[in-house]
Design a protein around this ligand. Structure first.
Ligand SMILES: C[S@@+](CC[C@H](N)C(=O)[O-])C[C@H]1O[C@@H](n2cnc3c(N)ncnc32)[C@H](O)[C@@H]1O
Length: 534
């Protein structure tokens, strides 16, 4: 299943007719839960891998739900009478969600009686776009529109001019990156939110739930048209303004935003082949520009959250490069989730574009172009991760840059807010004040001990979070004892003095050397300051 030509005309979303279509989708149970129930786990998962055979087998019946899955997720032609059972057919044809399909192909049977009344009813129709049911954070039934074949599993190897033959401006549906960004986004209610590179409109749809006004931009006019369909079909068109243009251009001079999100075209590639992924700037300049220019559009206390790729090179550490991107007045939390060497990276995106399905020589040539580009730039690897900025206005911004490749709890937005709150606390609290503070152990932190069976003392003691970032950190006996006692009732110095007595250490020395370890435990969310208890 590859995305098909972007010469396909997109539907027009008449508000009344789109509302009726939405009701029909809902009535047929064409929802995320309904889809999972119908297909079952394995076929549902196969579809996400762009494998359609299991889903085709699971939708051979006549129910409206099966018809809608065939039309909007499997790109099958369906007889008109069957389509009419599933949705307001005349409306869908009038607005262009469906068009007549050729008699042959499409997996429908017995369509040879054109011209007769019965034959008319059997004439197939097909969808012009993919529509994927998507469950909102509060269980809302939403539908994400994308170019045909792009609803699930990304472009799945159908590159511009390649075997799928779709155009440069193809619009994808929901991918892993989309849900990652939606999951880490801070969901505090705000006045103004901005989604840059809205694509299918998924981030704007989420933002419309907690922002009074959302502006969504895209360089690709087709993406804006698709986003308009997603928003209309999901009943969220009113709160979102769509604007065309590159990066921050369409919002220059706007009032500041409380939240900026972007899942940008972050791929570091040798050329701008596909608008959804190749930003057209050299190296990681597009991500750098997004980060550097965010401060000018962020309101005080506002967050900017981006997914990004960044280059590793022999000349400069990646942490230093990223630190240099952070604009003045902003705190930053940057998490590198994965690093790939240049060959893995090239292969990933060659596959994404479908180049592996072309001829051997062409594939080798394209592969070579990627490696040439990396060689020229001195790129040794590429980091993938999340960048969150918060406009704190602090003279000495808190910048945390870390690697954490392990699974985290989703959604993570609350943890992002708390991360910056803990940064504020640490910035405002010197070591003497820290010892006067009361702390409590965060919910769900457990202790693990590793050592030889039968040994009296463990070799390692590890504190592990079961929530949020699900971090693990090694602590010494004092750290473990301290964390274990933190229930908010005693100031830190009292706990340390008691531990000093127990382990026979000088309490002054212990008070002197422990604040650094406490700071780390607070920064990472193992210990939480208890407000008003100092
Ligand atoms: C990876 S897609 C993200 C789509 C969607 N926001 C999501 O999360 O799934 C990146 C989007 O950025 C758009 N884009 C590409 N270059 C851009 C630019 N210079 N300025 C703004 N948007 C751009 C593409 O058209 C595409 O829709």
């Amino acid at each position: 299943m590859g995305c098909v030509s972007t010469s396909e005309r997109l539907p027009e979303a008449d508000p009344g007719r789109t509302a009726r279509l939405r009701e029909a989708l809902r009535a047929a149970n064409f929802t995320a839960d309904g889809l999972l129930d119908l297909l079952g786990g394995p076929a549902y998962a196969a579809l996400a891998r762009s494998e359609t055979v299991p889903a085709l087998r699971a939708t051979r019946g006549p129910s409206p739900l099966e018809t809608l899955v065939r039309l909007f997720l499997l790109q099958q032609g369906v007889p008109r009478d069957r389509a009419r059972d599933a949705l307001p057919l005349d409306d869908a044809l009038a607005d262009g969600w469906l068009v007549p399909a050729p008699q042959t192909g499409g997996g429908t049977e017995g369509e040879t009686e054109a011209g007769t009344e019965h034959g008319e009813a059997r004439q197939p129709v097909r969808a012009t776009v993919d529509v994927r049911p998507y469950s909102g954070p509060g269980g809302q039934d939403w539908w994400i529109v994308a170019d045909l074949g792009c609803a699930v599993g990304g472009a799945s190897g159908a590159g511009a001019g390649g075997p799928g033959g779709h155009g440069k401006d193809v619009v994808l549906g929901v991918g892993g990156a989309s849900t990652t960004l939606a999951g880490i986004t801070v969901r505090t209610p705000v006045a103004r939110a901005l989604d840059i590179g809205t694509g299918s409109g998924i981030q704007a749809l989420h933002a419309a739930e907690h922002a009074s006004h959302v502006t969504a931009t895209d360089l690709n006019p087709r993406a804006l048209a698709v986003a308009r369909l997603t928003l209309a079909l999901s009943g969220a068109a009113d709160g979102v303004e769509l604007r065309e243009g590159a990066l921050y251009e369409p919002v220059a001079g706007d009032e500041p935003y409380d939240l900026i999100v972007s899942n940008p075209p972050f791929v570091i590639s040798p050329g701008a082949r596909l608008t959804y992924r190749d930003g057209g700037m050299s190296g990681d300049d597009l991500c750098r520009t997004l980060v550097e220019q965010s401060a000018g559009l962020l309101a005080a206390g506002g967050h900017c959250q981006l997914l990004a790729n960044w280059e590793h090179s022999q000349d400069e550490g990646w942490r230093d490069r990223l630190r240099s991107w952070v604009p003045p007045g902003c705190d930053a939390w940057i998490v590198q989730r994965e690093v790939q060497d240049v060959t893995q990276y090239a292969e990933l995106w060659l596959r994404d574009a479908g180049d592996h399905r072309g001829g051997e020589a062409e594939y080798a040539a394209r592969y070579g172009e990627w490696l040439d580009e990396f060689e020229r730039r001195g790129t040794t690897g590429i980091g993938f991760g999340w960048i969150t900025l918060r406009k704190s206005g602090a003279e000495e911004p808190g910048i945390v840059i870390e690697e954490w490749p392990h699974p985290v709890e989703q959604p993570l937005g609350d943890e992002v807010v708390q991360h910056f709150e803990r940064q504020d606390f640490l910035r405002a609290t010197d070591d003497a004040a820290l010892l006067d503070c009361h702390f409590r152990l965060a919910e769900g932190v457990v202790q693990e001990q590793v050592g030889m069976p039968g040994a009296e003392d463990p070799e390692h003691v590890v504190l592990r979070q079961q929530r949020g970032m699900r971090r693990a950190t090694k602590v010494d006996t004092v750290g473990a004892g301290f964390a274990g006692v933190c229930d908010g009732s005693l100031p830190a110095w009292r706990i340390l003095d008691a531990i000093a007595q127990l382990v026979g250490e000088d309490p002054v020395v212990l008070r002197d050397r422990t604040p650094e370890a406490i700071r780390l435990l607070v920064e990472q969310g193992f210990l939480l300051p208890v407000e008003g208890a100092a």
